[in-house]
Design a protein around this ligand. Structure first.
Ligand code: PLP
Length: 488
């Protein structure tokens, strides 16, 4: 209709602001009740077929009332959550989140600043949070950093800088063909899969990744590492980077940071630390000394959605040499020109330090959370998770029906139930059945892994709601379920 009188300007804003206000209040109320009562709830529920069918419908052509949409959320989505908000969620390595962190995300999307360029508050919050990350990790104030979506992105960001900083070959301009031989990256067999993926994406290929063996504590063997570097040098290849892991995803093992640092200095290699899970264990006095050398790394990746308990998603890359960092990514197209005044003024574009252009205001949830609790409280929380894992380890070792499958390191405890007369494959079936039942009964959510070929239950605890008593309960329930299983 082009008739002027009847024309109505379209918008996506609500017609009835008061109804939207009420709905918003309802959402907050429902969330508060959810968190407050979560301990009494089942950790996980199977998703009924009708829910899956509802979530498999074609795109709606017409809209519906927001209240109805919210009712659908409450009926079909909210009850079937993954469970990592629950005090007994121990699967993979997944953080719990916090109420204020959640509300910070709400405020961040309400302000909705694209936090990449410009003169506006979010840019300064982002910068302050990156500075706080440096201070948490004791990185020099002249170093640089960027908040990204998580550990995988933080690792590939760092490895891209490492690759582009290699030698005089000008790899950024000329590509890997500029290097006359294969670049080689070293990590352990226990290294997270994202390191290999990153190496593949930045052009090293799987052939450019050497996975070094580990000792009986699952830590990289440095004599094997050095022998491999020498062999590769002898072959005329270009060793360029060592990746040490601070807290492996399987067992929480810590590669020998001092030695990796020394070897990387000896051979002139880039030293990167994947601390996605466990760099923050630095805050636990028990681990501070062993993780001290992280401070000397050329780059560090760590997650805030794991052990800072901040809601998904956010990770951080720190780079010691800010010039190398900027040189790996900086680019100023015509449509992103920076001014000294006005909205296009402001700090250096964050896009000069990473691949992603549009960025949400993910810094706000970290900013508010750190302000709410302070560094010391986080140190206590992280230490508490480590003590809980050690306590679980003690419970396992005190009980002849249970077997510890790896030394407890950081906040990961790997164990299994044993019964006399069962062979390895029966033990695997028994423990797999225990795992499935304890999850399906909604009691707790450990996960599993395979260590030295043996199936094991795996409890990884970056949970701010867990209490010591949850460890007692977990052991009790594993034993109860294990007794009930008689057919293995
Ligand atoms: C979780 C994890 C990653 C991947 O981080 P995301 O945040 O899941 O992308 C990488 N390395 C280690 C050691 C991890 O624990």
């Amino acid at each position: 209709m082009t008739n002027k009188k009847s024309r109505e300007d379209l918008t996506l804003d609500p017609k009835d602001w008061e109804a939207m206000r009420q709905l918003g209040h309802q959402m907050i109320d429902d969330l508060i009740d959810y968190w407050k009562n979560i301990r009494q709830e089942k950790i996980w529920k199977p998703i009924p077929a009708e829910v899956k069918a509802f979530l498999d419908q074609p795109i709606p052509a017409k809209g519906q009332d927001p209240k109805e949409v919210y009712e659908e959320f409450k009926h079909f989505i909210f009850p079937y959550n993954k469970g990592n908000v629950h005090p007994r969620f121990f699967a993979w390595i997944q953080g719990t989140g916090t109420p204020l962190g959640t509300f910070a995300d709400l405020l961040a999307s309400g302000m909705n600043p694209n936090t990449t360029i410009g003169e506006h508050s979010a840019m300064y919050v982002d910068r302050q949070v990156v500075n706080w990350c440096k201070q948490l990790m004791n990185f020099p104030s002249e170093s640089s950093g960027i908040l990204v979506s998580g550990g995988s992105m933080a690792n590939i960001t760092a490895l891209t800088v490492a690759r582009n900083s290699f030698g005089e070959e000008k790899i950024r301009q000329r590509g890997l063909k500029a290097a006359s031989a294969q670049l080689v990256l070293y990590c352990s067999v226990e290294t997270h899969s994202c390191i290999q993926k990153a190496a593949e994406i930045i052009g090293l290929g799987t052939d450019g990744v050497r996975k070094i063996g580990v000792n009986d504590r699952f830590e990289m063997k440095t004599d094997e590492l050095e022998a491999q570097i020498q062999e590769d040098l002898g072959q005329g290849l270009f060793p360029f980077c060592i990746v040490g892991t601070s807290g492996t995803v399987n067992t929480g093992a810590i590669d020998p940071m001092d030695e990796l640092l020394a070897i990387s200095r000896k051979y002139g290699l880039w030293f990167h630390v994947d601390g996605a899970y466990g760099a923050l264990a630095k805050l636990d006095p028990k681990y501070a000394t062993r993780l001290k050398a992280i401070e000397e790394a050329d780059s560090l990746a760590f997650d805030l959605h794991k052990w800072l308990y901040v809601p998904y998603e956010v990770g951080c890359t720190l780079i010691r040499d800010s010039k190398k960092h900027r040189e790996a990514f900086a680019m100023t197209p015509n449509y992103l020109l920076q001014e000294t005044r006005g909205l296009s003024g402001g700090p250096d574009s964050i896009n000069n330090y990473g691949f992603e252009l549009s960025r949400g205001f993910k810094a706000l949830k970290i900013w508010m959370s750190i302000k709410e609790h302070g560094r010391e409280k986080y140190a206590q929380m992280i230490s508490q998770n480590n003590r809980q894992a050690e306590y679980l380890g003690d419970l396992v070792q005190e009980n002849p029906q249970l077997q510890l499958m790896a030394p407890v390191s950081m906040s990961i405890t790997c164990f299994r139930m044993v019964k006399p007369g069962l062979d390895e494959s029966q033990l695997r079936d028994l423990n797999r059945e225990i795992l499935l039942r304890i999850q399906e009964e909604g009691i707790a959510s450990p996960s599993s892994t395979i260590l030295n070929g043996k199936y094991t239950l795996r409890v990884a605890n970056v949970n701010q709601r867990t209490r010591m008593e949850d460890m007692d309960l977990l052991v009790r329930e594993v034993l109860r379920i294990g007794q009930e299983i008689r057919t293995i």
